[in-house]
Design a binder for this molecule. Structure first.
Ligand code: SF4
Length: 228
């Protein structure tokens, strides 16, 4: 294992790997190119997302507004081809107002780098925009109240693929109660506009269960192959 990716792939628990060209220079197919051109033509996504972020910052639709320090809206390129979705802010995200900071964020960056992406190439958001107290699991009514914000984010970014990280994100986006094990390894369709959607582990889970990192890398290469 050599090259700039070696430490990132080691972080992912990968001792052998096959080089994959970065997705930005690995375009294939006129239809993808056409979709990309149409999407790039949308100049209003950044301002629309900014307006939506302001709305979220004032949201009191569920009780989490009472315990949050601040909302965590999302981050990344407003015209990203890849959109990653997590569960909810943790303590550090609640403090900084940004998604996926801290150890889980560092691992996410390593996961991205292992397939030729960086945080600047993606858009990332959580299902919930406010931290559940003590990092408890999101409640059904919280997911129902907050999901419309996520759907609006997806409709403004117009990615070409969605990666759902963890059970809650996958179940919320696919409106299913299937387990993560059942949902991994397949190309699903996002319920609203039928974007391809791949399910993988949440980086926080991978920190607790490093042996699953290889499976997560396989999920990301599946997503990469779908785009190709
Ligand atoms: S979690 Fe979502 S719905 Fe609940 S208060 Fe925060 S932004 Fe509003």
């Amino acid at each position: 294992m050599t090259g700039r990716r070696a430490p990132y792939l080691r972080e992912m628990g990968l001792v052998q790997w096959r080089y994959i060209s970065p997705i930005r220079v690995n375009q294939a197919g006129n239809s993808v190119t056409k979709v990309t051109a149409e999407r790039r033509g949308r100049q209003d996504a950044p301002s629309a997302l900014s307006t939506l972020a302001d709305d979220v910052a004032e949201c009191e639709r569920c009780d989490l507004c009472r315990t949050r320090n601040q909302t965590v809206f999302g981050a990344g390129s407003a015209r990203a081809r890849w959109l990653f979705v997590g569960e909810a802010p943790g303590a550090e995200e609640d403090k900084q107002g940004l998604p996926f900071v801290g150890r889980a964020g560092i691992l996410l960056s390593a996961m991205l780098f292992s397939i030729g992406l960086s945080r600047e190439d993606i858009y990332i958001a959580n299902v919930l925009k406010c931290r559940p107290p003590n990092n408890r699991d999101p409640l059904g009514r919280e997911v129902r109240e907050c999901s419309p914000f996520l759907h609006q984010q997806i409709s403004w970014v117009q990615p070409e693929i969605i990666v759902a990280m963890g059970r809650f994100a996958a179940q919320a986006l696919l409106e299913t109660d299937q387990s993560l094990a059942e949902l991994r390894g397949h190309c699903h369709k996002y319920q609203i506009n039928e974007l391809p959607l791949v399910v993988t582990y949440h980086p926080a889970y991978l920190l607790r269960s490093p042996s699953a990192k290889r499976k997560s890398w396989e999920d990301l290469t599946l997503a990469h192959s779908i785009l190709d």
